[in-house]
Design a protein around this ligand. Structure first.
Ligand code: SF4
Length: 373
């Protein structure tokens, strides 16, 4: 299917938009010339709007400028080298796309767009106007809807027929909103930007000045060496390393625990490629969700030992796990005083005062640093 310039101006992430730009034969140095002033201006506007208002205006009256300004905006954002600027921009672009998709009246375009960009086979329900407009394979629905907690997303509340789930347009778009954001973020991570012309470097400085400060975590981060992770976490890591399927609670434990000990979303996603069902976008979404960066913005806590025992993911060390109630207590069990001192010092490295026992020596290694942000 051929997309028109109107479509490419709305859905600037489409590969066809990239083809259009390549056909113009523009190089980065060309962006310094007056011929491309409007493109640079719109790219700057896109990014500054994202920084200030977390959304991007939707005027597509000048289609060529709109199409060309997207990759320039990506370059500007990437050149800031700031993760939170990239995240904010990706979210604002995803919201812009979402607004266009919700108003899109051409079902064929939606079908093609989902297929090209998200690999999602979508069918428009032309036969029966009394049913919702779209249907998607059951497994595709379940994979995405499992991230939503409202009862309306439960399968029992959906119309299902011949292995497909029927959806109205708004629900369909809602279902893939995060994927668009992840796709734009992935594009940002992939691109390599060579030295920008001076006029663009000035814009990058302006973006950095306008960007909000990076979000601060309200949680205590406890840095622990991997060899001192509790047995349940080590088991999950070990299974992943061997390419075994880690059950749901094992994954949940591993991600929440590693976030609590200061690992980044990227660090955690990087552990999963050997998992039999690994899909980078899905894994990233799930970890970001647990970190409170997605969905209801709730940061999930590390499950208790009780919960892990109930779900048969406890591999208790009879000595070190004795009487602990959370995997986070594992390294400190033999030195609660040190753990408390560490927390009280609030952001300062703490060293155990006594070296008289082996236990305290171990605690020194484990609790090298506690930060409260
Ligand atoms: S007792 Fe707790 S920390 Fe120890 S293995 Fe079981 S769940 Fe993990």
């Amino acid at each position: 299917m051929q997309f028109g310039s109107d479509d490419l101006a709305k859905y600037t992430f489409l590969p066809q938009a990239g083809d259009f730009i390549r056909s113009q034969g523009i190089s980065i140095s060309d962006l310094a010339s007056n011929d491309y002033q409007k493109v640079v201006k719109r790219a700057e506007q896109r990014v500054l709007e994202a920084m200030k208002d977390a959304k991007i205006s939707q005027d597509i009256s000048d289609r060529e400028i709109e199409i060309m300004s997207f990759p320039v905006a990506l370059m500007l954002v990437k050149s800031t080298n700031l993760e939170h600027v990239m995240s904010r921009f990706a979210l604002a672009e995803a919201i812009r796309v979402e607004q266009f998709l919700k108003r899109e009246r051409n079902g064929k375009i939606i079908e093609e767009l989902f297929k090209t960009s998200l690999g999602l086979e979508l069918e428009h329900n032309y036969q029966n106007p009394s049913l919702p407009d779209f249907k998607i394979p059951l497994e595709e629905y379940l994979r995405r809807a499992s991230e939503f907690h409202k009862t309306e997303w439960k399968l029992v509340n959906r119309l299902v027929g011949e292995g497909k789930v029927f959806l109205i347009q708004d629900d369909l778009i809602r279902l893939i909103r995060e994927e668009i954001r992840i796709m734009i973020m992935a594009r940002l991570k992939e691109i390599k930007v060579s030295k920008l012309p001076e006029n663009l470097q000035e814009v990058v400085k302006e973006i950095i000045r306008a960007a909000p400060p990076p979000p601060q975590s309200p949680y205590t981060i406890i840095h622990i060496a991997p060899e001192n992770y509790p047995p349940c976490v080590r088991k999950a890591l070990d299974m992943l390393d061997k390419g075994e399927n880690v059950p749901h609670y094992g994954r949940f434990l591993m991600a929440t625990y590693l976030l609590s000990v200061g690992k980044s979303v990227d660090d955690i996603v990087a552990l999963f490629p050997k998992a039999p069902d690994f899909k980078q976008n899905v894994t990233r979404y799930q970890v970001e969700h647990l970190a409170g960066l997605k969905g209801g913005r709730t940061r999930y806590r590390v499950p208790s030992c009780n919960t892990l025992q109930t779900h048969q993911f406890c591999f208790m060390d009879p000595i070190k796990c004795y009487q602990i109630t959370s995997p986070l207590q594992y390294p400190s069990r033999k030195s609660p005083e040190l753990a408390k001192a560490s927390a009280d010092k609030n952001s300062k490295s703490t060293r155990a005062k006594s070296s008289s026992t082996q236990t305290k020596e171990r605690s020194k290694r484990d609790w090298t640093k506690t930060r409260r942000r």
